[in-house]
Write a protein that binds this ligand. Structure first.
Ligand code: AMP
Ligand code: MG
Length: 468
């Protein structure tokens, strides 16, 4: 289909004006296309040719208004690093409307009522990171928002230094956050809280519509999806970096990619966010924070849910997490997840932590090795890993399962950094190559085999600032 034939819906605007701010995007100067995502365009029935058209740039820059589209920013609150902030909202994101269940949103498209001290903009660096990473996570089977296109511009944006502004056209099955509920709860606007719950029920949990205790059933499913999302992150080695409740999706998706990082070497205590000195959002603490965030959500839903029952449901979180994590880790190791392998998994992680082994390279090698030396050379102490392998090999792991579960490529920070530096010089080829790699992480990409190796020493465990 052509862009001009698309028809968008904006159900969110049926609420009253406290839920949103109707605001037009502010276009960037001299916009140009950096990348378009053909895979997502196909899901949305947008033809390939349209992605190369001027209209596509205009759509992302906010100067082409599609049929039915009425741009708006959403209001929400949230707990940031444990402290409640009564109003946040889309300070630099503007929703365009819904297409086939995908809610299209521009990020970096100018000021809204919720911009606070910010400028409503996003820089090229962070936009490339969000664009590529959401697609990488999708290809790894991790629930996530996605991205349809990315434009750059000639507009200067002030951060630690001057940078160029960019806009990502993001798409998600939902943009509602835990913090969306917190906003109405702390304002004691329980009627509006319920309207929001009904909206989410219909949009993301329609199987419970009309059921007795529908809000409780929905909460149970949110607990399950959040626990499973955490299991996905832990198994692929993804660190989100800013798990504030305003960055937690009510639909259990990964959203708001900021100073995130994939693990280089396995490190349970890894902190990717430069401003997170105490490690609240360290890699290993993510499942605990998922639970804490759900506790905050339960408080926000308390006018709609019996609190004892809610607490009982919350306590199922760890079971859901452990089950999913066990299943995902067994797949990575080629083991039958109906058997109990927790101790074997933990033993391995302890060795990897001790020997600082590249998390992704290890599993991929384990799924392909012919001689043990290929594995043991990744470790400092060959004795420890040999002892583990003696036990592991007796379980007759399936290499076929492992090859499907273990990517050859993940987008490590140093790879993104290379693409960003080239893009800042006007060369977008690596952004587009990495998009291809991100979308096909299990395949071989002969021209980029250097990215399958362990992260070069000088680029390991980079910390990123929140500034974006
Ligand atoms: P984040 O943790 O990046 O998801 O952002 C937290 C809050 O700050 C959200 O309400 C954002 O909309 C807002 N925000 C972040 N950067 C900017 C910016 N440059 N201009 C306006 N609002 C921003
Ligand atoms: Mg956010």
């Amino acid at each position: 289909m052509k862009l001009k034939q698309l028809q968008l819906k904006t159900d969110y605007l049926n609420f009253d004006e406290e839920f949103f701010h109707k605001v037009a995007p502010t276009p960037l100067k001299k916009p140009f296309l950096i990348s378009a995502n053909e895979a997502l365009a196909e899901c949305l029935h947008i033809s390939k040719e349209e992605l190369q058209s001027e209209e596509f740039i205009d759509l992302i820059n906010g100067t082409l208004k599609l049929e039915g589209s009425e741009p708006f920013a959403m209001c929400y609150a949230g707990h940031q690093f444990g402290y409640y902030v009564p109003r946040l909202g889309d300070g630099r994101a503007i929703n365009l409307g819904e297409l086939d269940g995908w809610h299209l949103q521009l990020k970096g498209s100018g000021l809204t009522r919720y911009s606070r001290q910010g400028d409503g903009r996003a820089v090229l660096r962070s936009s490339i990171r969000e664009y590529l990473m959401s697609e990488a996570m999708h290809a790894l089977g991790v629930p996530t928002s996605r991205a349809l296109g990315l434009i750059g511009s000639d507009e200067n944006v002030a951060r630690e230094r001057w940078e160029k502004g960019a806009i990502v056209l993001r798409a998600s099955k939902s943009w509602v956050r835990f913090g969306s509920f917190e906003y109405f709860y702390y304002k004691k606007k329980y009627d509006k809280l319920q309207l929001l719950a009904d909206y989410v029920l219909k949009q993301s949990y329609s199987e419970f519509v009309g059921r007795e205790n529908c809000y409780l059933l929905m909460f149970e499913e949110i607990v399950k999806r959040t626990a499973e999302l955490m299991a996905h992150w832990q198994s692929v080695g993804f660190s989100h970096g800013v798990m504030n409740t305003d960055n937690m999706s009510i639909a259990g998706l990964t959203i708001d990619y900021g100073p995130y990082s994939f693990l280089d070497d396995y490190d349970f205590d890894f902190i990717c966010n430069h401003t997170d000195a105490e490690g609240r959002y360290s890699f290993g603490n993510q499942p605990n924070i998922g639970y804490w965030n759900l506790m905050m959500l339960l408080t926000a839903l308390s006018p709609l849910i019996n609190s004892d029952k809610g607490k009982e449901i919350l306590e199922t979180y760890s079971t859901f997490f452990v089950q999913k994590y066990h299943a995902l880790m067994c797949a990575k190791l080629g083991l039958d997840s109906s058997k109990e392998y927790s101790k074997l998994i933990q033993w391995l992680l302890n060795i990897m932590q001790n020997d600082a082994v590249d998390y992704t390279l290890f599993y991929r090698t384990l799924g392909e090795y012919e001689t043990r030396d290929e594995i043991t050379q990744l470790f400092i102490s060959r004795t420890r890993i040999n002892e583990w392998l003696d036990v592991y090999e007796k379980e007759l792991p399936s290499k076929e399962t492992m090859q499907k579960a273990n990517p050859r490529y993940v987008l490590k920070n140093y790879m993104l950094q290379e693409a960003i530096e080239k893009a800042q010089d006007g060369d977008f080829s690596l952004v587009n190559e990495l998009l291809h790699v991100a979308q096909n992480p299990f395949d071989e990409h002969p021209e980029l085999t250097r990215y399958t190796k362990a992260t070069p020493h000088q680029f390991k465990a980079l910390k990123l600032s929140c500034s974006s």
